[in-house]
Design a protein around this ligand. Structure first.
Ligand code: SF4
Length: 291
């Protein structure tokens, strides 16, 4: 499939400022991983200057190999015992208001890395009590005890991305399972109803509008309150091809449709990523609960 030229609406004006510069320097000094960096996220400057950033724990090698993802695939190293404290210390030093913690998938670990996620939340509560903690977790192989281990640590938001529609799973994320991901989200709603549930979808992978609507309804039925919808961008020529660049006005329609379906907040746009405007999203869902 011939790769279309990127449309103008995907061109990003780099943003910086003192806060972004501090986070940039901190990355160099502390050698911790951030998705902002490894995914070459177009919103890096804007998010960092707002005091939000996304950190990746549990190493840089994923046990899966999703066709859209730029994360390295391979045999992961054992978890670093001091990583939770290191992440927390860095957040405290950076005075972040809202931190998103995510990870590669660790099918090699019995609990999928759940105990490390729980430890990170605990350490952040101690070192940076004013920092909100949002977790974006893998599917943990559908292990309910592992999920409870994470939830019992009390994150402010629990996210798990559905990424795309079920028909495309075999090509796009072959080791994942659409129903398993929905079950994980529903289990959060059923066991910890006070923790807002969040998920994300990428467009332009060949999904139809009807399939997208069905996926949004499935997410809402699973108790998802926050939804992000963005444009899939191909990291390299070896990754899954972009089928279509979805225009901004279509994202606006999708946002309206999502709010009608019942999400408390829908962040939809060509450059939207899971953590984009994460803090604002949280505030909206909390305000919505009060209404
Ligand atoms: S499981 Fe997550 S980190 Fe691993 S390849 Fe897939 S999207 Fe990337």
């Amino acid at each position: 499939m011939k790769q279309e030229r990127k449309p103008a609406w995907l061109k990003v004006r780099p943003q910086g400022g003192p806060k972004a510069a501090r986070i940039e320097k901190w990355h160099r000094d502390h050698g911790l991983h951030s998705v902002c960096r490894s995914a070459a996220c177009p919103n890096q400057g804007e998010c960092w200057s707002r005091g939000t950033a996304t950190f990746m724990i549990l190493g840089e090698f994923c046990t899966r190999d999703c066709a859209f993802c730029n994360v390295a695939h391979g045999k992961p190293l054992p978890p670093e015992p001091e990583e939770p404290a290191k992440v927390a210390a860095a957040l405290a030093e950076l005075e972040l208001r809202h931190a998103v913690i995510t990870s590669v998938t660790r099918d090699d670990l019995a609990d999928g890395g759940a105990s490390v996620f729980a430890a990170v939340v605990g350490e952040i509560r101690r070192a940076a009590p004013s920092c909100r903690v949002e977790l974006l977790i893998p599917d943990l192989g559908g292990n309910p005890r592992a999920l409870q281990r994470i939830l019992s640590a009390g994150p402010d938001i629990l996210g798990h991305n559905l990424e795309t529609v079920p028909r495309l799973y075999p090509q796009v994320r072959s080791a994942a399972d659409y129903r398993r991901s929905l079950e994980l989200l529903a289990r959060v709603r059923d066991t910890y109803p006070a923790i807002p549930v969040k998920s994300g979808l990428m467009l332009g992978m060949g999904e139809s509008r009807r399939e997208l609507t069905e996926a949004m309804n499935d997410l809402a039925e699973a108790g998802c309150r926050l939804l992000t919808v963005g444009q899939y961008l191909r990291p390299t020529g070896n990754h899954y091809p972009v089928h279509r660049y979805v225009p901004p006005e279509e994202f606006d329609e999708i946002k309206k449709e999502g709010l009608k379906i019942g999400f408390a907040h829908v962040e939809a746009g060509p450059l939207v990523r899971s953590s984009y405007h994460a803090e604002e999203q949280f505030k909206e869902v909390v305000d919505a609960e009060k209404r």
